[in-house]
Ligand binder design. Structure first.
Ligand code: M6R
Length: 630
């Protein structure tokens, strides 16, 4: 979703704003703009539809906009089409080159229509279709009354409904930027004599590692090297800066053609680093999460809420937690969970127990999210808390909203993930779930310590086995180039293999634009099989011994209807080759963990198909990395 940058210091602001925006490109956008105040107090705004490159060309890399303070924005359209008029920054007064208020916004102002009507009644005119222009003019209306940015923001926050990260420059405060935030991310980086505003850490990593995370409903005054925080009542609040440990290199391509392939190659490390924090002396150890064994013993069930790939991890978790730890699990799309009045304690209901509405103490809700900022997942977390459930967040981004609001946090250690399509964060989440399931299983007395040791030893083989699989990437590239004109693809598997298929299919469609669906192989003949035509690509995953023959039969059914078959199976199942047209073998591993290996060829298939089709693989159309609106 939208990206925000801001700078105040002694250097030229525009090139810094553009560079910061380039580091936020991964968030997805369709237009961009910057506003810089010069030394005479005049603000110049330049915007461009399309790629940041166009904005950079229009401003000659920022050099045509002199000034040491400014704000920048990449816009992912919500209200109004992608166009220059709708691009941010927006201004309060078109007829002046020193507009009283200039602002950028990430999020959605839900009551913008109502606010706009009121502002029109006050005499305001609008030049764009955006909710942001409404926010700028609303702030302007309060600013005109009091002359105080703080008061104008406080009053605006009281009447605005929705989510926002806002950054403003005010005419009479030429050395300050003001920000306000609710449910959309925002950080402030500082050095001795400069300050940086951004939607995410990579935008400022080159310049500083000292960062403040802006809290919900917090207002912030940013001067060069000096940041002050206020609550919505306008009272000043103390805040500690944190030091970011990633190096800037982690957010660069490092010689790879795309971030996605770089991140695919970083999976052994992401998996190893995540496991290392969850295993100790051969056993799982969740002490870093704060979740205590006494609680784990008493959970009656687990609800998992997440979106997209993180939801796929949830499906895998259901098989693992139920299979290994014998605890009931329900997996929810966060966007549904938040609105459908769920009962966290459903598993205890029987004919003698009336379903209790509202919280059932003792239940656990797990929220899985790479960014920790996904609006639906954050809302699901709040819903679960409201209902009295214990909450555990599995999150990759340190200090993100979900991490801060959950009762317990399990951090994955995938490092910054830039490509829109998740790969290494997904893999890190999978092994986090593996460790969690093993821990629950031992603590709840389902498996012995010996068994757990044996299984954690298997888990630790995953990084090397992924490395081995990556050595085979040329074969997948060859296969992808052969199937470049594929119109439809179906991914089929049973049990844990089905969970992998969901993710493999998403990888295919989101980056290569090939229509793709995942089906539990047993479901094919209940409808989907009618879609098969001569040459339709069917990808089967067969790592689960108990159901392997069943899926083999389903493959035969597909083949006899003209399908072209790719199979991913475990080394040793050579019978698969008799049926499949193209087979990839994964190294042998305990079946519970095979998903971590089977996904690798499927990620590569999506990636190479996208590249062969000439698609912008890191920034596929219409998608945003972090979905901070509903
Ligand atoms: O940041 P989150 O994990 O909460 O994001 C959830 C989904 O938006 C995300 O997994 C999305 O489906 C990925 N782009 C898929 O590759």
């Amino acid at each position: 979703m939208c990206g925000i940058t801001g700078y105040v210091g002694h250097e030229e602001a525009a090139p810094i704003l553009l560079d910061g925006l380039s580091k936020l490109e991964y968030r997805g956008y369709d237009s961009a703009g910057i506003a810089v105040r010069d030394n005479d107090g005049k603000v110049r705004v330049v915007k461009a539809k399309g790629r940041l490159k166009i904005l950079s060309e229009k401003t000659d890399g920022g050099t045509t906009l002199p000034g040491h303070i400014g704000i920048g924005h990449t816009r992912w359209a919500t209200h109004g089409e992608p166009s220059e008029a709708n691009a941010h920054p927006h201004i309060s007064d078109e007829s002046s080159d020193s507009s009283a208020v200039v602002g950028v916004h990430n999020g959605i102002i839900e009551n913008y229509h109502e606010l706009k009507e009121k502002l029109i009644a006050k005499g305001y005119k609008f030049y764009s279709d955006t909710d942001t222009e409404v926010a700028v003019k609303l702030v302007d209306s309060y600013y005109r009354e009091s002359g105080s940015p703080l008061e104008a923001l406080e009053k605006s926050m009281v009447v605005i409904r929705g989510s926002y990260a806002l950054a403003f420059m005010f005419k009479d405060y030429p050395d300050e930027i003001w920000t306000a935030r609710k449910d959309s991310p925002m950080i402030i980086g500082v050095t001795n004599d400069e300050s940086f505003i951004a939607s995410d850490v990579p935008a400022i990593l080159k310049r500083t590692r000292t960062v403040y995370y802006v809290d919900n409903l917090e207002i912030c005054r940013v001067r060069a090297g000096d940041v002050k925080f206020y609550n919505i009542e306008g009272e000043s609040r103390p805040k500690e800066a944190v030091s970011i440990s990633w190096d800037a290199q982690a957010a660069e391509k490092d010689g790879y053609e795309h971030f996605m392939i770089k991140e695919i190659h970083e999976q052994p490390k992401a998996v190893y680093d995540t496991l290392s924090t969850l295993l100790k002396d051969g056993l799982t150890d969740l002490s870093s999460t704060g979740l205590e064994d006494s609680l784990i013993r008493n959970f009656r069930g687990v609800t998992i809420a997440a979106c997209g790939s993180a939801w796929h991890v949830g499906i895998e978790a259901q098989y693992l937690l139920e299979g290994l730890a014998r605890i009931p699990v329900r997996v929810e799309l966060a966007s549904e969970y938040r609105y459908r009045d769920p009962l966290p304690g459903f598993w205890e209901m029987n004919s003698d127990t009336a379903p209790a509405a509202g919280p059932v103490a003792g239940d656990l809700v797990i929220i899985i999210s790479q960014s920790g900022e996904t609006a639906d997942s954050l809302a699901a977390l709040r819903e679960a808390k409201k209902r009295g459930a214990h909450t555990l967040a599995i999150v990759n981004v340190l200090g993100s909203s979900i991490a801060r609001e959950a009762e317990f946090v399990l951090y994955t250690h995938a490092g910054p993930e830039i490509a829109v399509a998740t790969t290494k964060a997904y893999s890190a989440q999978l092994v986090a779930i593996d460790a969690l399931a093993l821990h629950f299983a031992r603590v709840r007395g389902v498996i012995t310590e010996d068994k757990e040791r044996q299984m954690t030893a298997e888990l630790m083989t995953i990084p090397d086995k992924i490395r081995t699989l990556l050595e085979e990437k040329d074969r997948i590239q060859w296969f992808a180039s052969k199937k470049i004109n594929t119109r439809d693809a179906f991914f089929i598997g049973r049990g844990l293999d089905y969970a992998v298929c969901l993710e493999g299919s998403l990888k295919m469609k989101e980056v290569s634009y090939v229509h793709s669906e995942a089906y539990a192989s047993g479901e094919l003949k209940h409808g989907t099989i009618s879609l098969l035509e001569q040459g339709t690509l069917v990808v089967s995953v067969l790592t689960q011994n108990r159901v392997l023959e069943k899926t083999l039969s389903n493959m035969v059914e597909c083949k006899s209807r003209g399908a072209y078959l790719m199979a991913v199976t475990t080394h040793g199942h050579f019978e698969v080759e008799d049926i499949a047209d193209f087979t990839v073998y994964i190294p042998k591993i305990d079946e519970h963990f095979a998903g971590s290996l089977a996904i690798i060829p499927l990620q590569l298939l999506g990636y190479y198909t996208s590249v062969a089709r000439g698609i912008d693989v890191d920034k596929p159309r219409n998608l945003a990395k972090s979905v901070t609106v509903e």
